[in-house]
Write a protein that binds this ligand. Structure first.
Ligand SMILES: NC(=O)C1=CN([C@@H]2O[C@H](COP(=O)(O)OP(=O)(O)OC[C@H]3O[C@@H](n4cnc5c(N)ncnc54)[C@H](O)[C@@H]3O)[C@@H](O)[C@H]2O)C=CC1
Ligand SMILES: N[C@@H](CC=O)C(=O)O
Length: 807
């Protein structure tokens, strides 16, 4: 025999009732179908009853209940059968009306009367369904026996099992039973508590030693997290009884927790199934899980609307009976305590309750401890509101070291403050309290870090869509399928800005639509507002990517890192600003556990900074750097010819995407000064830009004034350069703009090199770096390759992004 329970949504429409018929027909064993009231009916019954007791009218509520059932009957039956079903339904409406009239006369609604009223929902739905399935109707109230604790009666299990077995022992086909309702030994109607239809089904299953209990609902089973918050949540194939209990306790409203006990005692498996998608596997609950045996954590549950109350005082230390008095008060006031946390010093006890009961709880505690508060032995009762509880659940957490460490490290790294923690000695559940505003981020972080997510998400906020930024977007779009497939990495563009507009979307911005979305966006580009929005979005694994050359944007890095957001910069301004600022940014990143990466600041995509970092970390010491670090200048010197004068070569470098947004930064030598300073600092030298000796090769007057004037006047230098170029060519010599660091002294200057020099053959916009260190001494390390350009620079930024993701 099988017991199939269908919830309110599953019986809430005639289409769904027809689905139930199909599901039941597919069974090849006797079946008892337990049903809830039609969706929304229990709420209407409760509301109408309460309104009536307060002097309001009941006719509207009653007529809505009547219409709903009559309409459903009209959709399920026709002709004679419809008349017959309606004639069976009408006595219920009449009886209900009489009860409401009684309540309206005496303005009183006892728990006993309320149980009688709410039980009508299941009585009427079971009538409709049994008629439609042409099944026997079992009166659950006659076989489930309880005490008279109305609203949530306690079941006499022995008596109930005996009566069910007697009533259903000879059942051959299909029977339908209302959930939720029961009766006392005096025959008074009682109910099993909200959600009690699951419990009814479990009682039938246990009494009949059923082969399986199936709970048919409107979700695909227990999910790894709340799917309304985590779009990547997916069904858990199997759980043990205790895991299901733990998950149900904190929010996963898939099954009513008391349901588990009767079936657990008899070892009856419970299958959660979706009535709307019967083909989905669902979740199987049993003594042992059938899947995911290697996963320490099966799911995350969460609960919002939580208030944490803390009772604190030095006078509590070593005093017995404090806890018993606190929880005694709460028990007397019928306040459910959701989580408890006590410091081992015993000077404080914190407990979490539903915010709706917080005020009553606080008043009760203050009253109980009036004397201790007056004498100062208890000095504080604090109430923290707007909190949420999150719990990870899994039987294999037991004796598995490192779970809590990893959990709180990951949470902390994402800037989430943990307000309180509790872990049961059973080690199946670790629960903690966070601000409600951090709940989404917490769930995402935990879901990902414990591999409950099919992929890791990196949320990027990109500023600057020029040569590098545009290519970066193109590369992300092209590489995304491979990253998802091979590395479980999904790069999500959550915010973007050009110099005019900005646009955000937590769900992710389609890269192909970036330009048009920015064009139509109402939000004007503003860095302060951009940071505010990005930080306010409070997304986990966030990275700010700066593909501008803007100094104002670089000013915001500290604030961004301080808010647990990594920074990847192609922009060289921050890393080459004052040493104290550079150091502060690095220290902040390290303190906050995020990354500040700027590999492309020197040599574009060449692995220069990472190589220097590796040498340093492994104990080497950089003694000397000699390098060509300007792609633009190298390109210009390799391009100048009789046909191509200086001014034209500069324009070509700009068109090729090598030059800075303002090419005077390249021509003045400032770009190389910045790069040399960054390399020196990464090599451990405390150096400022002003410390670098620079010999300009173009007169200062061309750099003063506006950019337009520069473009207008720079051809004045063409002739002189052509003269000098000819002389060089005649001597088989070339110009190279060289940066050098030696004995802590840095200089940049235009050099003339001949064919014997290693820089002589440096082609196009290539860069070259010779690193002399303690280990690479007689033969320095040489790194050479493209030193500028959209594709290689964007690839370098991309590589930094991948480093942030830690895949
Ligand atoms: N192009 C190259 O080969 C390399 C460039 N870099 C660095 O990459 C950065 C970007 O260079 P490119 O893409 O070549 O320059 P670009 O001039 O093509 O792009 C910069 C973009 O930033 C935008 N922008 C400026 N201020 C802004 C603001 N306040 N808000 C939003 N957007 C703003 C500009 O409108 C422009 O679209 C620069 O810092 C450069 O030094 C680094 C290595 C190589
Ligand atoms: N303008 C720079 C670009 C790379 O940093 C250069 O030309 O090297």
């Amino acid at each position: 025999m099988k017991i199939l329970k269908f919830g309110g949504t599953s019986v809430g429409s005639h289409e769904n009732v027809r689905r139930i018929d199909e599901i039941v027909k597919g069974q090849n064993t006797p079946v008892i179908v337990v049903v809830s009231a039609l969706s929304g009916i229990t709420d209407t019954l409760l509301l109408t009853a309460r309104t009536t007791a307060e002097g309001g009218e009941f006719t509207t509520g009653l007529s809505a209940i009547r219409t709903r059932h009559e309409e459903m009957a009209g959709q399920l039956f026709a002709g004679e059968q419809l008349n017959r079903v309606l004639s069976k339904l009408h006595p219920y409406f009449e009886e209900l009306e009489k009860i409401f009239q009684g309540v309206s006369l005496i303005y009183e609604l006892t728990p006993k009367t309320l149980d009688k009223i709410v039980g009508f929902g299941e009585r009427m739905s079971s009538l409709l369904i049994s008629e439609f399935l042409k099944a026997e109707l079992i009166d659950s109230a006659a076989v489930i026996k309880t005490d008279e604790n109305f609203g949530r009666a306690y079941v006499d299990l022995d008596k109930t099992y005996q009566l069910i077995a007697e009533r259903c022992g000879n059942l051959k086909g299909v029977a339908v039973a209302p959930g939720f309702i029961s009766s006392s030994s005096n025959g008074v109607m009682t109910t099993l508590g909200r959600g009690g239809s699951d419990y009814t089904a479990a009682l039938f299953a246990a009494a009949m030693d059923a082969e399986k209990l199936e709970i048919w609902t409107d979700v695909d089973g227990f999910m790894t997290a709340d799917p309304r918050v985590i779009s990547k949540a997916y069904p858990i194939p199997s759980l043990t009884y205790s895991e299901a209990m733990e998950l149900s306790h904190f929010g996963a409203k898939v099954i009513y927790p008391p349901t588990i006990l009767p079936v657990y005692k008899k070892g009856i498996p419970v299958q959660i199934k979706n009535t709307m998608a019967p083909e989905a596997e669902g979740t199987l609950i049993g003594l042992e899980e059938t899947d995911w045996k290697d996963r320490p954590i099966k799911g995350i549950s969460s609960m919002s609307g939580i208030t944490l109350i803390t009772v604190q005082g030095l006078g509590m230390i070593g005093v017995t009976g404090i806890s018993s008095r606190i929880f005694g008060v709460l028990a007397r006031k019928e306040i459910n305590v959701i989580l408890i946390s006590q410091a081992s010093s015993e000077n404080s006890i914190s407990f979490a309750v539903d915010s709706g009961c917080a005020e009553v709880a606080r008043e009760g505690i203050e009253e109980e401890f009036t004397a201790e508060i007056a004498s100062g032995r208890i000095n504080k009762i604090t109430v923290e509101e707007n909190l949420s509880i999150v719990a990870i659940v899994g039987e294999h957490m037991k004796h598995s070291a490192g779970i809590a460490g990893k959990l709180f490290h990951t949470i902390g790294k994402n800037g989430i403050n943990v307000v309180a923690i509790a872990q049961g000695a059973s080690e199946q559940n670790i629960s903690w309290v966070v601000k409600h505003s951090d709940l989404r981020k917490t769930l995402n972080v935990v879901h990902e870090s414990f591999f409950l997510s099919p992929y890791i998400e990196l949320n990027i906020f990109l500023v600057g869509i020029g040569t590098v930024g545009r290519d970066l977007l193109k590369q992300i779009e092209q590489q995304q399928p491979r990253l998802m497939r091979d590395h479980r990495l999904k790069i999500k563009l959550a915010g973007v800005a050009n110099s005019r507009k900005m646009y955000f979307d937590r769900a992710g911005i389609q890269i192909s639509e970036v330009e048009s979305l920015l064009k139509s966006s109402e939000e004007k580009s503003n860095m302060t507002a951009f940071c505010q929005e990005m930080i306010g979005m409070n997304m986990f694994n966030s990275v700010f990517v700066d593909c501008t050359a803007n100094a104002e944007i670089a000013e915001h890095y500290h604030h961004i890192l301080d808010n647990f957001i990594s920074v990847v910069a192609a922009n060289k301004v921050a890393a080459s600003s004052s040493f104290s600022r550079y150091k502060k940014l690095k220290d902040t990143a390290s303190k906050k556990g995020v990354k500040f990466l700027f590999e492309t600041n020197v040599g574009a995509g060449l692995p220069l900074i990472s190589t220097i970092n590796d040498l340093q970390r492994s104990g080497d010491r950089i003694q000397r750097i000699e390098a060509v670090l300007s792609g633009t200048l190298n390109f210009i010197f390799n391009t100048l010819s009789e046909e191509i004068p200086l001014s034209q070569a500069i324009r070509m470098a700009k068109e090729e995407g090598y030059a800075e947004p303002d090419p005077r930064v390249d021509l003045s030598g400032i770009d190389v000064v910045r790069k040399l300073v960054i390399l020196a600092r990464e090599s451990g030298y405390e150096i400022e830009k002003e410390d670098v000796k620079m010999e300009p090769f173009i007169p200062q007057k061309y750099f003063d004034g506006m950019l337009d004037e520069f473009w207008k006047n720079i051809n004045e230098m063409d002739e002189e350069f052509e003269q000098r170029r000819k002389e060089l060519a005649a001597n088989n010599q070339r110009w190279r703009f060289v940066g050098k660091l030696e004995n802590g002294q840095a200089e940049v200057a235009l050099r003339i090199v001949d064919a014997r020099h290693p820089f002589f053959d440096l082609e196009g916009s290539n860069n070259i770096v010779l690193l002399t260190s303690e280990r690479y001494n007689e033969f320095p390390m040489l790194i050479k390759g493209y030193g500028a350009g959209a594709a290689v620079t964007a690839a370098g930024v991309f590589a930094d992004l991948i480093k942030v993701s830690n895949i």
